[in-house]
Design a protein around this ligand. Structure first.
Ligand code: ZN
Length: 73
């Protein structure tokens, strides 16, 4: 077993290869806000930094829209 190096994996969304820190003490993905599990396909695997940031931003926009829809001018 090798441990310590990020695990090379491919993004479930765009297919880009990136390093996942799942076998390390921490992963870069833990620095981002948690995504709603309903938005994730757990069986598909991890997302690359670009896609994860995009999904977080989309989730935030939808949350804002849900909260502020009646206050729109
Ligand atoms: Zn991606």
């Amino acid at each position: 077993m090798t441990q310590g190096a990020p695990q090379a994996t491919n993004c479930a969304r765009c297919g880009a290869s990136f390093g996942c820190g799942i076998n390390q003490a921490s992963c870069w993905c833990q620095t981002l806000p948690t995504l709603d599990p309903a938005r994730l396909d757990a069986a598909a695997g991890c997302y690359c930094p670009t896609c994860l940031a995009t999904l977080v931003a989309e989730q935030r926009q939808q949350d804002d829209a849900a909260c502020g829809s009646s206050a729109k001018s």
